[in-house]
Design a protein around this ligand. Structure first.
Ligand code: GLC
Length: 426
């Protein structure tokens, strides 16, 4: 199929007709955009940018950054504070808006005709004091990936509870290792000291009835027995040999590496891993499915709300063309291409009723439920302090995973630290 003819031409025409893009700019601008890349993010973005360049005559340079959102945040915060003016567009994590709001343009006016098409909660998450800080390119929430072939071989059902997951993982790992598959593991996830661990640990805690670290009204709720038990349970997966000890330094791509080589029964990961796992060079192609993450008996499953956006720097010298680029890359057509090619899901609501998307990426429909019930991290209540709150939380979780502290001891200390942070205002 001709990619451009199928997707690009009508969208560009529509954007030009709608006044979003100028067909021939008076002056072609050089725009630079910075983004971290996980999986094939950067490769996909390069293709999209080419379509924009062809339609507008502007030139876009992509500046690649490390995969870790924590590393990106540290670098961007520094650059923006210094007033760096040679980066125009930033790809931003859903949690950053309150902390970086002052550094970005208000997109409300430029996006007034398109914001209504997106999930209101996502637009709200990017709106700080009435200012629309960024526009979304995709939304994110993880699932539990499992090997359909192995569960069938061992006569097991996909797990609904964490205990079922552990029991099934143990049985299959023991069976597979005894049969000579020495590299086999039961469950891989993200246990490194970074934002990704905050996401994983929030899911264990919330799905155990232990709350959301800091609640929407600002109450610090993390020091409770359910939360402590949830962290101890995750430590138990490592002690029991279900999860590799190396998980203490795994981010998304390390977990996917083990999984996609066929060396794990289960994996917690974001939707991007679905498309990559189904590619021709994947050892698990056609042998896996994804479902909501487990919970403890009587509690609901919890998936952390993730997702990425684009923002225009207030220090940019090409603010108008940079805003055009953001509108192009966040448009329904771009989101649909991303969903089909990258299995990263739209924030444009109507795309969930799009027949072509449903046919080419059927997992979109299953994921819609996970996405709409996703649990936010406490970035709204903790405002400018979110990064500090999160780093204290992931360090506490890491100290339990590595066996230095019990869940109860780590969370008692964490509560004191968070109260001190809150006392100084957040
Ligand atoms: C994914 C999510 C993002 C989250 C990150 C953690 O990229 O979309 O919101 O912060 O993972 O590693």
């Amino acid at each position: 199929m001709n990619f451009r003819a199928a997707f690009a031409a009508p969208s560009l025409a529509a954007l030009v007709a709608g006044g979003v893009l100028t067909a021939t700019p008076v002056l072609a601008a050089d725009i630079s955009m910075v983004l971290g890349s996980v999986g094939q993010d950067a490769a996909f973005m390069a293709k999209e940018v080419k379509l924009f360049e062809e339609a507008t005559g502007h030139k876009v340079t992509i500046v690649p950054m490390p995969a870790s959102t924590t590393d990106q945040f540290g670098q961007y915060r520094l650059w923006l504070a210094q007033g760096k003016n040679d980066i125009d567009v930033y790809q931003t994590d859903v949690i950053w808006a309150p902390q970086l709001a002052d550094q970005f343009l208000d997109l409300s006016e430029a996006a007034k005709d398109v914001v209504g098409a997106h999930f209101p909660a996502i637009i709200e998450s990017q709106t700080v004091g009435g200012k629309l800080v960024a526009l979304p390119i995709f939304t994110d929430a993880p699932g539990l990936y499992y090997r359909t072939d192995l569960l069938e071989k061992y006569g097991e059902q996909p797990p609904k509870t964490w205990d079922e997951l552990a029991a099934t993982a143990k049985k299959i790992v023991e069976g597979e290792r005894a049969a000579g598959h020495k590299d086999m593991w039961g469950f891989v996830w993200q246990g490194a000291s970074y934002e990704g661990l905050t996401c994983n640990a929030l899911e264990w805690v919330k799905s155990s009835g232990g709350g959301q670290i800091v609640e929407a009204d600002g109450t610090i709720s993390i020091n409770n027995p359910e939360a402590a038990g949830a962290l101890d349970r995750a430590r138990g997966w490592i002690v029991d040999g279900i999860t590799p000890p190396g998980v203490l330094s795994y981010q998304e791509e390390e977990a996917r590496g083990v999984w996609q080589l066929g060396n794990s029964v289960f994996m917690r990961n974001w939707p991007y891993a679905y498309g990559l796992g189904s590619s021709d060079d994947s050892a698990v192609k056609g042998k896996f499915a994804a479902i909501p993450l487990p919970s403890v008996e009587g509690q609901a499953s919890a998936a952390t709300l993730g997702g990425w956006n684009l923002a225009v720097s207030r220090h940019s010298r090409v603010q108008e063309p940079a805003t055009e680029l953001v509108l192009f890359l966040t448009s329904p057509e771009a989101q649909k291409r991303r969903a089909i090619e990258n299995s990263q899901f739209p924030t444009v609501m109507a795309l969930y009723d799009d027949a072509e998307l449903a046919e080419k990426q059927p997992v979109t429909i299953m994921w819609k439920d996970i996405l709409t019930n996703a649990v936010p991290r406490p970035s709204a209540p903790t405002k400018l302090k979110y990064n500090e709150v999160s780093s204290r939380f992931w360090n506490a979780a890491h100290s339990v995973l590595s066996g230095q502290k019990t869940g109860a001891a780590a969370l008692e200390e964490l509560e004191t630290t968070l109260a001190r942070l809150q006392g100084r205002g957040w």
